[in-house]
Design a binder for this molecule. Structure first.
Ligand code: FES
Length: 138
């Protein structure tokens, strides 16, 4: 099956404060975008334990602590770092910043139902109520 990768604009960098995360809906995907101060990282916004919202977790170094049961997720590798017996991980996504805007690379294609959904609608929600529509391909 063919698969295409596209860069999707998410939001201006100032909408994600340092050491915080934001949930982002891109097509059928739910991502968590984090600002580590010197870079942005993105993972699936679903803890591998019981689906906790990682975007609401506490950022420590390059990890986030799930707000539900404190599993610690490495935002670079997606692996769980404080559960030695658990080999599950979350999906990570390439991120870049261009002209003050955070972009994430997504796969679109026929082999994956979720990734085949249009990546043309983006909304960000969190306590700060960022609500940003759109974007499209970069
Ligand atoms: S749901 Fe994340 S640690 Fe339980």
């Amino acid at each position: 099956m063919s698969e295409t990768k596209i860069w999707v604009s998410l939001t201006a960098i100032e909408n994600i404060p340092v050491r915080e995360g934001r949930s982002v809906q891109v097509g059928g995907r739910k991502l968590a975008i984090f600002n580590l101060g010197n870079r942005f990282l993105a993972v699936e916004n679903r803890c591998p334990h019981r689906g906790g919202p990682l975007a609401d977790g506490i950022v420590s170094g390059s990890t986030v602590v799930c707000p539900l049961h404190a599993w610690k997720i490495d935002l670079v590798t997606g692996s769980v770092t404080n559960q030695a017996e658990n080999l599950e991980c979350v999906k990570t996504f390439p991120v870049r910043v261009q002209d003050g805007v955070v972009l994430v690379e997504l796969s679109v294609g026929n082999s994956d139902t979720q990734s085949s959904q249009p990546a043309c609608f983006v909304s960000i929600s969190h306590d700060s109520s960022i609500n940003h529509s759109v974007l499209g391909k970069a």
